[in-house]
Design a protein around this ligand. Structure first.
Ligand code: ATP
Length: 235
């Protein structure tokens, strides 16, 4: 396992948003975390990436507990979160956004990686000198994901990448996620779009108000009557 979360409790003041949850993310696989608003999904990602500190429990990454490390050290270890809401730096150019994504790297291949993403997403090349805030919602999401990839993460965490995008753009974003997975990067994906997420995932967890209620193969979850009723809009 690349990541193992064990009995994790996270509180905002005295109120627990995560109540002793456990989950695993297998190397090279895509694991998705589904659940309604307020279930605690974003809280989990923020805790893994070091922005929140747990009240109890362990976060094992390649076997060692990272729960007390700073966000910076966690990024250095290869865990990167692409935040909800397409948070690119709007006043920086597309190129500057990509370059910033590589802030923890010291190698000389940063330019080559940027060129690679320009090849894959020609619109980013076309707009490389434009301010990122001027891109469309879908393009900003694409840029946000490429920026996260610029650190060459071992574990990429995506927080609702399809949020607020038109259906055709959502398809593009899921195509991109599939390609990242096929390139070998391990992914932990939070989604409201349960059907799309389960189609691209290997494994899925369902969260409800601070607890994980179900964990299973994504294919089994797609077929499960309970999941269909609650998250896939009926049978
Ligand atoms: P959403 O999709 O709405 O973001 P979520 O599953 O990601 O849902 P969280 O954002 O992790 O859920 O929220 C879990 C619980 O923690 C909710 O009850 C929420 O109100 C609470 N919470 C989240 N952030 C804070 C905060 N900064 N201070 C206090 N409570 C918070």
């Amino acid at each position: 396992m690349l990541l193992e979360v064990k009995d994790l409790t996270v509180k905002y003041d005295q109120i627990a948003a995560l109540k002793g949850i456990s989950l695993q993310v297998e190397e090279g696989k895509l694991t998705t975390l589904l659940g309604s608003n307020g279930a605690g999904k974003s809280t989990l990602l923020k805790t893994v990436s070091g922005a929140l500190k747990p009240a109890a429990g362990e976060i094992l990454y390649m076997g060692s507990n990272i729960a007390k490390l700073t966000s910076h050290d966690i990024v250095k270890k290869g865990i990167v979160q692409c935040p909800e809401g397409r948070k690119v730096f709007p006043r920086q150019t597309v190129y500057e956004n990509l370059k910033m994504g590589a802030f923890v790297r010291k190698d000389r291949e940063i330019g080559e990686d940027i060129e690679k993403y320009y090849q894959q997403f020609p619109i980013l090349k076309e707009r490389r000198n434009q301010k990122a805030g001027l891109l469309s919602g879908g393009e900003q999401q694409m840029l946000a994901i490429c920026r996260a990839l610029m650190s060459r993460p071992k574990l990429l965490m995506l927080d609702e990448p399809s949020m607020g995008l038109a259906p055709i753009v959502v398809q593009e974003v899921f195509k991109m996620i599939r390609a990242i997975k096929e390139s070998g990067t391990t992914i932990l994906l939070i989604e409201q779009n349960a059907k799309q997420a389960l189609k691209v995932a290997d494994f899925g967890y369902i969260m409800e108000v601070g607890y994980i209620t179900i964990g299973d193969d994504a294919k089994a979850l797609l077929k499960s009557e309970t999941v269909q009723k609650a998250y896939l809009g009926g049978a």
